[in-house]
Design a binder for this molecule. Sequence first.
Ligand SMILES: Nc1ncnc2c1ncn2[C@@H]1O[C@H](COP(=O)(O)OP(=O)(O)OP(=O)(O)O)[C@@H](O)[C@H]1O
Length: 208
Amino acid sequence: MQLRAQNINFKYRSDRYILKDIDFSIESGEIVGLVAPSGFGKTTLAKILAGYEKPESGSVEIEGLTKSKNRYSPIQLIFQHPEKSVNPKWKMSKILNEAFEPSKELLDDMGIKDEWLNRWPSELSGGELQRFCVLRALSSETKFLIADEMTTMLDAITQAQIWGVVLEHVKKHNIGLIVISHEKALVDRICHRIVDLSEFEELKQDIV
Ligand SMILES: Nc1ncnc2c1ncn2[C@@H]1O[C@H](COP(=O)(O)OP(=O)(O)OP(=O)(O)O)[C@@H](O)[C@H]1O
């Protein structure tokens, strides 16, 4: 299976193109680092890949996947700030089970305590909340996962635990993983391949 974006052009309201003629692809089971200096459009491309934003032109498709009517997207995006991606009016059990019902083993591996399930998002720390946001992206329907600065806000121990679970899960289920991170050491260590968005810019300048 392959997730493929071709000739992506995108701008927000202004006239400035954030993404111009961007091609990107990832295979099942691959771990690809998406890097570039701040403001180059990494998060924007992630949102386009996951279907949160629509490109002005270009296409995003998964080759080899039969479309299902399921509401759960096969491309899951995990953001840096978990508090922005949960409904504050829902308790954690509802937030989690809206996605799918994870096994006890997965809950334990992620370090989620039973008592947290009955709390509101505002009653959890950022690290505790992010564990839920990561876990709900790991359904059996997930074919591609995008981790956008997923653990940047967290302490080293929580970071290591979350990455441990995610890396084991993507390997076991042959999920393609896109890692957006400014942490070069992390990207170099876990990625099979690195795509630098700023190189598209240099390429364009060479052609002109
Ligand atoms: N909703 C929006 N409306 C208008 N402009 C936006 C919006 N979101 C992002 N931008 C602009 O688009 C550009 C690319 O932003 P994006 O967040 O994709 O970059 P990034 O490479 O992920 O940056 P960082 O590494 O700092 O997270 C930035 O100049 C940003 O200010």
